[in-house]
Ligand binder design. Sequence first.
Ligand SMILES: N[C@@H](CCC(=O)N[C@@H](CS)C(=O)NCC(=O)O)C(=O)O
Length: 236
Amino acid sequence: MIDFYYSPTPNGWKVAIMLAETGLEHRTVLMNLRAGDQLTPAFRAISPNAKMPAIVDHDTPDGPQTVFESGAILLYLAERTGQFGPQTPTERIAFNEWLFWQAANQGPMGGQLSHFVNYSPKGETYSHNRYKGEFERALAVMETWLDGQDYMLGRYSIVDMMCFPWAFIAKPLGVSLDNFPNVAAWRQRIKTRPAVIDAINLHKDAQFSGKATAEQNATLFNQSAAHLMQGQEKTN
Ligand SMILES: N[C@@H](CCC(=O)N[C@@H](CS)C(=O)NCC(=O)O)C(=O)O
């Protein structure tokens, strides 16, 4: 059995999609990020960065295996099931490239854009514009890459699951896909898959899944920083 630590956000959807696509047996542990579920010592033992998604696989020969970071989880699940992952050492290179690319570019730029769209004080445009431009730059990279192919690596894979969720919410982030026709067609192809529909709907009506207030967000940020600093003191 796999425990899936999840909240209905783009990073959570990546793993929810893989679990839905493969039908792997799991139980979902719904996290209230606004209440700080991610800051508990128990969760930080699973995910030291105090962010979800994370999994604990209890069906391993050496005892429970924890995995954090969406890209690492997707690769782990692809290896475990033999589905949607690299089939050869050469393919693995391209998988690593695009999984790392998403985690270092499209993901954080989308995350920061979301922050400034939702929480920046009125009239503060510099940071918003910076992240909007960077998010659009990531879409432009995908636009060129997707030219002539239906999926990021030719066939539907964990790379598509990794890159889809932030492209899925481009509109609420204030970014139109009109200038990115290849990305728009790819997004449409993925969004209509039954497993993807199920994953996007997973706990979408959780009471806390709406937008937090700027104050709630700031409080949580301070708590998170304080918790991580405390952890640091213990190890120094
Ligand atoms: N690079 C991480 C990003 C994970 C992430 O940012 N998760 C957010 C939700 S989308 C989170 O847990 N936020 C809680 C917090 O920042 O306190 C991944 O891909 O897994």
